[in-house]
Ligand binder design. Structure first.
Ligand code: NAP
Length: 251
């Protein structure tokens, strides 16, 4: 069997490592937009497939027997294409998605919004020192805050310049509670805006916000395609692959 992992995430890398470790043939796919990406063990292909139809052909051409979509919770287009292509090609699909921050003990005290535009509007009502941790691709959706003293932290510099009133910080996690707290103090942050990326790598800012009495605005995750089989950690995905290979072994 050959398992295609749709990656670009820590979960995708952990899964690739685990499957290589048990001798399962895999290939990981990354979008190819990050300049210096952390790559998983095993073969890696890079770049888009050309929509759901392109992915369907790719699955057939490469005799893929199973797909695990381990892309980021906000990579909704890739997730939709994976669901469509796997249905068309008759290939089993599993979604590996890190746990949401909905279960965080402070989640009920945060303001949850449906999209970035709503986050920008809500943040501007909550305070004037806003910290954006929403990803470089979403910064343009905060244009209404162009004249505000915004701190924007991104893992990689955005393609276009941020407004002159903003402070751009390029830094890649994981981040620690103490340094997040110090950053908030240094910039006088009163409102933190983030998206429900989930997991632990970037969660320290949420605890720092509670300690500092900073308001938190969270963009909720996009909905998953209906009926998608989903797990939240690599070991459960490995067990799913094992189940498939057991079922396909003649007795
Ligand atoms: P997206 O909007 O869902 O996808 C846009 C297009 O990029 C897809 O239609 C596909 O092109 C291509 N693509 C995306 N992921 C791919 C993959 N793993 N392999 C091959 N092609 C891929 O995705 P995105 O939000 O821009 O994220 C791009 C990548 O960055 C994903 O792999 C994701 O896991 C990773 N990432 C995203 C975020 C985030 O906040 N969105 C954060 C961290 C990492 P075609 O239609 O041509 O196939």
């Amino acid at each position: 069997m050959t398992v295609l992992i749709l990656g670009g995430t820590a979960e995708g890398r952990a899964l690739a490592s685990a499957l290589v470790g048990v001798g399962t043939p895999i290939v990981t796919s990354v979008a190819g937009r990050t300049r210096d990406p952390a790559l998983p063990p095993g073969p890696v292909r890079s770049g888009g497939f050309g929509g759901a139809a392109g992915l369907t052909s790719w699955l057939r051409d490469h005799a893929v027997t199973a797909v695990i979509d381990a892309t980021h919770p906000f990579a909704a287009t890739m997730t939709a294409h994976a669901a469509e292509a796997c249905t068309a090609a008759g290939v089993p699909l599993l979604r590996l998605e890190r746990p949401s921050w909905r279960a965080h003990p402070d989640a009920p005290s945060w303001t949850w919004v449906a999209d970035h535009e709503a986050a920008a509007a809500t943040a501007s009502e909550l305070g004037d020192r806003i910290w954006l941790t929403v990803g470089r691709q979403s910064l343009a959706r905060y244009a209404r805050l162009a004249r505000w003293p915004v701190l924007a932290r991104v893992a990689e510099a955005p393609a276009s310049a941020v407004p002159p009133a903003w402070t751009l910080l390029v830094d890649r996690g994981p981040f620690e509670l103490l340094t997040e707290r110090a950053l908030m103090d240094r910039h006088g942050v009163r409102v933190l805006v983030t998206k429900d990326a989930g997991g632990v790598h970037t969660a320290a800012k949420l605890d720092a916000a509670r300690e500092a009495g900073v308001a938190v605005v969270v963009v909720a995750r996009p909905a998953l395609p209906p009926g998608l089989n989903t797990v939240d950690a690599a070991p459960a995905a490995v067990a799913w692959v094992r189940g498939l290979s057991t079922r396909s072994t003649p007795v």
